[in-house]
Design a protein around this ligand. Sequence first.
Ligand SMILES: *Cc1c(COP(=O)(O)O)cnc(C)c1O
Length: 486
Amino acid sequence: MSGLLRSLPSMDALLDTPWAAGFSGSLGRENVKAIISEVLDGLRREVLEAEGGGGGTQPDTPLPELAVARAKSVLEEKTSSTLKPVVNATGVIIHTNLGRAPLADHALRAVNDIAGTYSTLEYSPQAGGRGERNAHVEWSICRMTGAEAALVVNNNAAAVLLALSATAAGREVIVSSGELVEIGSSFRIPDILAFSGAKMVAVGCTNSTRISDYRNAITENTSCLLKVHPSNYRIEGFVKSTPRAELAELAASRSLVFMEDLGSGLLCPLGLPFASREHAVRDCLKAGVGIVTFSGDKLLGGPQIGVIAGSKPLIDKMKRHQLLRALRVDKMTLAAFEATLRLYLAGRQREIPVLSMIEAELPALLKKARALVRLLQRTAALVKNADFTVSLVETSDAIGGGAYPTDTLPGYGAAVRSASDAIPAEKLAAGLRAAHIPVIAGLRDNSVILHVRTLLAGDEQRIAAAFTEAAGRCVPPQAVSALLSV
Ligand SMILES: *Cc1c(COP(=O)(O)O)cnc(C)c1O
């Protein structure tokens, strides 16, 4: 064995150090041991490879120090949760990667009341026996949409899958070629159709599908006409799609199911100039759609859930389908959803963060942006040797989540940049993301843009803290010494 390898500390020596004991308290001694063992094995391999001329290089740092540094870094990574809060300063309200809709306080309290206790999830105290999980929300969904019946599952992808499996397995489903969409890379209409056991019959062209295209494709094996919301794009120019009412009439005359995947579930009209580009669930059902499916955590502003609403005989069939057991909703989700629906019933939807962000007015956003600019100017002044400037900017915000894909909302924000361009905006943005509470921001003209529309209570302070941390990473250590004395 080489002299270098002999200098590697032993497992026992490392495990007995005070810092390792500290990690044992949170991770368990066996897990700490496994991590240290992996680090030591890796170092041993690297040394042998380097000595054997295998292309590796000898580490510069003395081995014992390197072993300790690597073990500590892995242990720190495993101790901190990876699922943690972030500040969404992107201006994209329904941001799928950042967890879509933040819940209303009312919904948070409902989750808190139910999560740590036994509940009536599937129990009826009146009957003294089994109750129905779905019953907690069905009436509210029906009231808000005008549907005869409703059923909730894990998410909208599950809703589409269950609805198609129960109504169209082994039979044909006619869908417009312009609606064979892919959403978030993992939800593709042709794949979901195949998975449900239905046979897809695509009709028409990308930009134009007429009622006659649907009519001519109907065979004795057709079960369903499917309409899909194009969610993440909009075709401009010559576009012809078939109105719902015509499809509904055709479906009814041939005893077919007319199903629509709406994507975002809009329960009430929004106060937006382009609001009419999205149809509320109620309007779709009124136009004759038999079954609609939509998400709970997009425009609706609730938890991740999928809703199937519409015709009672069809929903009853889905309630009896085997697949439902695999797609059913957890008690915490159901509690949050029920509470969110109650806000709608009570006309208190302004308390739903997604809706209040969408309808936030310009003067309020301007005031919020000015306050953020002032706070960050004060913070920037504390960073010595760096010339960060903070200014008020106009922004283009987005709704996200597949609703109004091409429309933007005018907003305001704070732009932070290095006046001499000594620190690139990408570097500052990366520093903000690496903060204790990460801040996710936009970039424009070599500035980091912090959109205020998507900020929640207390986020301004979190941004200032992240900015201080990020500045420490961006400027040389002596420059931030001033920060340490604040
Ligand atoms: C978002 C979306 C889905 C997927 O919904 P999830 O709730 O994410 O499963 C399906 N269809 C359309 C049209 C969508 O916009």
